[in-house]
Design a protein around this ligand. Structure first.
Ligand SMILES: CC(C)(COP(=O)(O)OP(=O)(O)OC[C@H]1O[C@@H](n2cnc3c(N)ncnc32)[C@H](O)[C@@H]1OP(=O)(O)O)[C@@H](O)C(=O)NCCC(=O)NCCS
Length: 488
């Protein structure tokens, strides 16, 4: 239970990812097969019947027509059927083959839900298991102290070498130590929710799972719950059912704190997503993205044309835009909570402390900007983006892609046309600011109102998806445009 899927460009105007290429290849193969089959029929029919030249020609024409129709049907079928999922991780297993998840309080695949509430009652304190779950005998639990440089570094190393990769194993998230502290030590964090597993003999850290306290609103229900993230098992220990033990242990630790619901995201499809979001990518440094195979050079263009296409102005354009300062915290909190009130599933920023922690700029971790009305001096809008590079696996020239991800934002307009115009201007400024920080790619999901700017600002669809889940909660599922929870 946890985090995201790594994603890269699918077709920012023809820049096909390898998965997309495979699909195209398969389609071509199918068409070829259809043509061959039809041609074979053609040969058979001609050879079995003695025809006059005129009837042979008519038959030939008829068969050609059949071939054409067959090929068309095939193309139509492929166009109307849901495309084969871009990533293998998007496949859904039968409920019965979810040996672990079928035992947990989560909705089943295919279940239609119209209510909004917990699946099971809270467990009374005296019935909550007080001892940690048993690990295989070679391993032991270890609560990490991220204020200790060595332990932070151990976590950094585990994740940098073993955390989320794309389906083709070309890129792996590379969260920095400062980022991990930001993500795991918000106001009210509990060190007992930073749960590691070590090899008893060597004390080497080989697995991790974390929880942080969070406030969310799901439809009309406010929940103080735990947000689960950074589930990771060392590559050499995969498929040994360690993940379920980690998940049960963090659940037990949440129960001990009186919390019985969780929110988490995953690239993989588990029972049962509340929403499914797609990654989108905006090239800022197309040359490097192509050199690293993050994107592909479209067949009908040249590098210089591509560079021109993604070129941005060298300065921001919104009057009154400036870096967010501590004095803006309360305004940003009010703005953000008001803006989020239109969505069904959102993070709630209860206190100024929350906003100070999550939104205020922390260099090379998260950057935030506000727009101050030059006349009234009131903050009218804000946006933020966080910094999450990816290691490029096995590339001789480039070790890292500098990526940022759109985080929270808010605008004040109320009709869709005005929101669209404002958002396009703001996110364009965000792209310009990111480019000035030497960022290679600006990423976002199709959450909130992101669909209003994605296309116009030249974001291309990625091959990664992110599924949103809640533990011990049942509710109606929703479109990604109703989600306002951005997980790191
Ligand atoms: C995710 C990861 C910890 C799973 O460990 P694993 O060794 O592959 O799987 P295990 O044998 O321990 O456990 C398998 C169970 O965990 C579930 N599982 C796998 N990935 C999961 C995830 N991201 N969240 C929740 N459950 C997950 C499986 O569905 C399976 O349960 P099921 O039989 O009920 O379906 C491991 O693959 C990993 O570290 N991957 C790289 C980092 C990563 O992707 N983290 C999660 C980000 S979403």
């Amino acid at each position: 239970m946890d985090d995201k899927e790594h994603s890269h460009d699918v077709d920012g105007e023809g820049e096909n990812s390898s998965t997309d290429k495979l699909r195209v290849k398969q389609e071509k193969k199918n068409m070829k097969k259809a043509r061959k089959k039809a041609a074979k029929n053609n040969v058979n029919s001609i050879s079995t019947v003695e025809d006059t030249p005129a009837t042979a020609a008519a038959k030939q024409a008829e068969l050609q027509e059949k071939v054409r129709m067959l090929v068309n049907q095939l193309a139509i079928r492929e166009a109307i059927q849901p495309q084969p999922s871009a990533s293998s991780s998007q496949r859904q297993k039968d409920m019965s083959s979810h040996k672990f998840w079928s035992t947990q309080p989560v909705p089943k695949h295919g279940e239609i839900i119209n209510d909004n509430g917990p699946i099971e009652e809270n467990t009374p304190y005296d019935q909550i298991r007080k001892d940690p779950y048993l690990l295989p005998k070679e391993f032991e639990w270890s609560i990490l102290d991220l204020n200790n440089e060595n332990e932070l570094n151990e976590l950094y190393t585990l994740l940098t070498n073993n955390y989320v990769e794309d389906d083709d194993a070309m890129f792996r998230f590379d969260y920095s130590g400062d980022f991990l502290k930001w993500a795991l030590q918000p106001p009210g964090y509990k060190q007992t929710w930073h749960v590691g597993v070590r090899v008893s003999a060597t004390k080497r850290l080989v697995a991790f799972i974390s929880g942080i306290p969070a406030d969310i609103r799901i439809y009309d229900s406010h929940q103080h719950l735990v947000e689960i993230n950074f589930l990771c098992v060392h590559k050499k220990l995969r498929s040994k059912r360690l993940a379920p033990v980690l998940i049960k242990e963090i659940t037990r630790r949440s129960h001990l704190e009186g919390i019985f619901q969780a929110v988490y995201t995953a690239g993989v499809v588990l029972p049962k997503p509340i929403a499914k979001a797609r990654y989108f990518h905006r090239s800022l440094n197309p040359k490097k993205l192509i050199e690293t195979n993050f994107s592909r050079l479209p067949q009908n263009t040249t590098m210089s044309r591509l560079i021109k296409k993604f070129k941005l102005p060298s300065e921001t354009m919104t009057p009154g835009i400036r870096p967010m300062q501590e004095k803006d915290v309360t305004s940003v909190r009010i703005l953000l909570n008001e803006y989020m009130s239109k969505f069904n599933f959102v993070a709630v920023f209860e206190t100024d402390e929350d906003v100070k922690h999550w939104i205020l700029t922390k260099e090379s971790v998260v950057w935030s900007y506000v727009v101050e009305n030059p006349l009234t001096k009131k903050v009218t809008d804000f946006f933020s983006f966080y910094c999450l590079p990816s290691s490029v696996i096995g590339n001789p020239t480039h070790k890292t892609i500098n990526a940022v991800y759109l985080f929270y934002y808010a605008v004040q307009e109320s009709d869709e046309k005005a929101i669209k115009g404002r958002l396009q201007a703001l996110i364009k400024d965000a792209l310009i600011l990111a480019k000035l920080k030497n960022v290679d790619v600006f990423n976002c999901l199709d959450l909130m109102e992101n669909k209003l700017f994605i296309e116009d600002l030249k974001f291309g669809p990625g091959d990664g998806y992110l599924n949103y889940y809640m533990y011990n909660w049942r509710c109606k599922d929703m479109d990604s445009g109703n989600v306002g929870v951005v997980m790191l």
